[in-house]
Structures are given as C-alpha cells and as structure tokens.
Design a protein around this ligand. Structure first.
Ligand SMILES: Nc1nc2c(ncn2[C@@H]2O[C@H](COP(=O)(O)OP(=O)(O)OP(=O)(O)O)[C@@H](O)[C@H]2O)c(=O)[nH]1
Length: 417
C-alpha cells in the first residue's frame, strides 16, 4: 500500500476585500447563500420596525464575500496566536514574538469552503470609541460567527463585561451571528480550575443577558490552548456550524462506520487539521488527536516525496514479481491512500484523499485487515459521495475547472508518478 497525499495546495492569502474579485468570486457556497438570506431578512425586519426605508445593500453580501469568522477580545488574549497557529502553521512557541495587532488583519482561506478570518485589534473598543465611527455593516454584515477570546490566565472580569456589551449590540442588529467564546490559555491550569472558570464565565454572561431581557442568544463555550489540540477542535466545531447540510455529511460517515465497523471517522481539511464532519458516535479526544497527528505525518511525508518521479528502471523493478502488475494496479484505489497500525491497541488507521483539500481518516477495529477489499470498496463509495456533495454546490463553470485541476493533481499523485 502506498502513501501519498496531495501537497498543500490551498493557500492563505492576505487580501484587501475591496480589491478586484478573483475569478473564483463566481463561486457561491451554500453557506454564503444562507448568510445572504439572513442578511436580507434582517434588513427587511429593520425596515419594518423603523418605518423608514433601510438602504439597499450597495453590493449584495453574496457577491462580495465568503462566510466570515471574526476574532475579538482584549489585548494579548491570544487572537493573533490562534489565527497564526491554526491557519498559518506557526509553531505555538513562536507566538511569543508576535506584535500587538494595530489594524484588522484579514485572511482569506481557500479551502473546501472559502471563508475569511478577521483578527480584530484588542486595543480598539468598537462600541465605545469616541474617536472613530465604524461601518458596522462592513464589519459585521457578513460575519457568520464571532469568536470572543478570553485570557483564562488573567483577570477576566473586564473581558466578560465587554463581551456582554458586544452581545447586546449584536443582538439588536445582527442576531444571526453565532457567539463562540474561547476561554483561552487553559494550558497549565488544573482540570477543576478550568471548569470553575468556564462555569463562572457562563453564569456571568447568562445573568447579564437575562437582566437585559436577552434569552435566546446562541452562545457556546470552549476551553482552548494553542499548545494542544483543543484549539483545532474548537475551530472545527465553529466551522461545522457554518457548513450547510452538515447532517448529510455526518450521516454518510455514520453509515460508513456502521458498515465497515470503524470506531470513528473524520473528514479533515488537511491544511488546517480542522475536521469538518465526523460520525455520530460520542466524541473522543484521543481519536481526534491521533487522526490529526496522522494527517500531519502524511502531509510532511508528501511534501518530501509527493512529487517524486520514479525512474523507468525503478518502476520496472517495482512491477516485477512478486507483484507482477502495473504500479497503478497494485493498490486498492486510484487516489491517495495510506494506512498505519497503532501499536498499543492494534487498531489500524486508514486515510483516503477526497480532493485536494479534504481527507477521510478513520480508525478501524483490530483485525480489520482481513476485510480490506470490502472496506476499500465502501470507502471508495463514500469518497465518491463526498466528492459529489462538494461538487453540486459549485456553479457549472467552476465545476469543470475544478474537476480539471483535481484530475491534474490525481494524475500527478497516481502512485509512483
Ligand atoms: N500559555 C499560553 N499563551 C498563549 C496562548 N495563546 C497565546 N498565548 C500568548 O499570549 C500572548 C499574546 O498573544 P497575541 O496573539 O499577540 O494576542 P492578541 O489577542 O492578538 O493581542 P492584540 O494583537 O494586542 O489584540 C503571546 O505571548 C502568546 O504567546 C495559549 O494558548 N497559552
């Protein structure tokens, strides 16, 4: 069995939102469609309430953009570190040298779903700043989720009260925005203390909001640190909320796990190690960690060997007995695949590339190797289903172009090429 996965082809780029749209700007993801719909609903509701004609949006948010995640919180709470570690693979220790952010940092991420991550400077209080008036629509109009970062190693009372003020503002004008609270830097804190902080922060926010008559704000809390997998898990859960028809992806993975008797299956965005879907079995941190480390190993391996061209002589040698077959026919699938056995539990892990951004990673049962042909067949079908799932959301012209490029990638990757 050969090991191969495409190189990191998705790019993170700093892009001015006012710059000319890219050719892929034509691509309208369902998440964007949903956001646009909510945006329009709010605009009309506001218009009815105020009795005045709300301004038509200058350009539809749909045409402008991609779902946006906004990172906010106090100075030095860890926003830039989170964005650098998750989206730019900065080693956590190197975040010590990050400078304070002075302007909004905008990252456009081209992945299985195009989205933006904005890092908002902690030194600016957007709702209480006599020196500036901000264009709230430009900042919050397309936001799918606001991630509020609280430094758990510091006095967090002020951060909580600013978060409360922000939620109250957003509830009025942008009630569709999901509020995701990262209680951050929990590394080095005892488990009991972490849970105490989480309970305290939750109660303070709920009390304040219910005093103000806000009962149904959508707020979630996560304990995070850049020094372990928790930040990737938290981001995974936030991103999943922005994926339309997530239930169908989960159903596909659940049925794969049932058919092949897998312990757990994840669909990973290989560049960020965010999992965008998993099966419905209970969450298991250890499984996520091992699968995510495995994706890392494969990516590193591929960066070294991925574009390695085999010489005709070497190829001929590989195609001789005891395996007298074309190299392409010696493997279970024509895409990239990889397998590994965990030495402690004897549970093999299977990895299969879905497209250039996504990989299916699953933990199998002990002894599953006997049933490999059957498992490969089922995995093939699920990979086909997943490819279709992401393909049908693209407009026709993007679909054709995308297919070509994926095909090109696959040709390169066809084992041994
Ligand atoms: N222990 C620990 N330190 C962290 C963690 N995340 C970030 N830090 C540290 O926190 C400090 C501040 O991080 P930044 O990312 O610059 O904070 P920021 O919120 O972007 O700050 P502003 O740009 O001023 O708004 C850095 O020294 C990081 O190394 C974490 O999970 N654990």
């Amino acid at each position: 069995m050969a090991t191969s996965l495409t190189k990191r082809t998705s790019s993170t780029e700093h892009r001015d939102p006012h710059s000319a749209p890219r050719s892929r700007g034509l691509y309208i993801s369902p998440a964007t469609v949903k956001l646009n719909h909510i945006y329009e609903q709010n605009r009309q509701r506001q218009q009815k309430k105020d009795g005045v004609k709300a301004p038509e949006p200058t350009a539809t948010p749909l045409a402008k953009g991609k779902p946006r995640l906004l990172l906010m919180g106090q100075r030095r709470s860890g926003k830039s570190s989170i964005s650098s570690v998750v989206f730019h693979k900065l080693p956590p220790n190197e975040t010590l040298y990050l400078e304070s952010t002075a302007r909004i940092q905008k990252d456009s991420l081209n992945s299985f779903m195009d989205f933006q991550v904005w890092d908002f400077p902690g030194q600016i209080d957007i709702f209480d700043n006599p020196n500036f008036t901000f264009d709230m629509d430009a900042i919050f109009g397309e936001v799918g989720a606001l991630i509020w970062v609280i430094d758990a190693q510091d006095d967090y009372l002020e951060a909580v009260s600013k978060l409360n003020a922000t939620i109250l503002h957003l509830q009025r004008s942008y009630p569709h925005i999901l509020i995701e609270v990262f209680i951050h830097k929990v590394d080095g804190l005892s488990d009991d203390y972490k849970l105490d902080i989480q309970r305290d922060v939750t109660i303070r926010i709920q009390d304040e909001l219910s005093d103000q008559g806000v009962e149904n704000a959508s707020i979630s809390f996560y304990l995070t640190s850049i020094y372990n997998h928790s930040i990737f898990e938290a981001f995974s859960k936030v991103i999943q909320k922005l994926i339309p028809r997530l239930g169908q992806l989960e159903a596909l993975l659940t049925s794969l796990c049932r058919t092949c008797r897998f312990d757990k299956a994840y669909l990973f965005d290989v560049n960020t190690k965010i999992y965008i879907a998993t099966d419905s079995s209970p969450e298991d941190v250890a499984s996520y960690e091992i699968c995510s480390d495995y994706v890392d190993v494969i990516i590193d391996f591929t960066e070294v060997y991925g574009s390695w061209q085999r010489s005709p002589g070497w190829r001929a040698k590989l195609e001789q007995p005891p395996w007298p077959k074309r190299l392409e026919d010696q493997i279970g699938c024509d895409l990239a695949e990889s397998g590994m056995i965990l030495s402690d539990a004897q549970r093999p892990i299977i990895l299969r590339e879905v497209d250039r951004f996504l990989a299916l990673v699953a933990i199998m049962h002990e002894g599953s190797y006997d049933k490999m042909p059957l498992i490969n067949m089922n995995v093939d079908e699920v990979v086909k289903g997943l490819t279709e799932f992401f393909e049908i959301t693209k407009p026709k012209e993007t679909r054709v172009a995308g297919k070509d490029s994926i095909q090109g990638q696959m040709e390169q990757l066809a084992l041994g090429s």
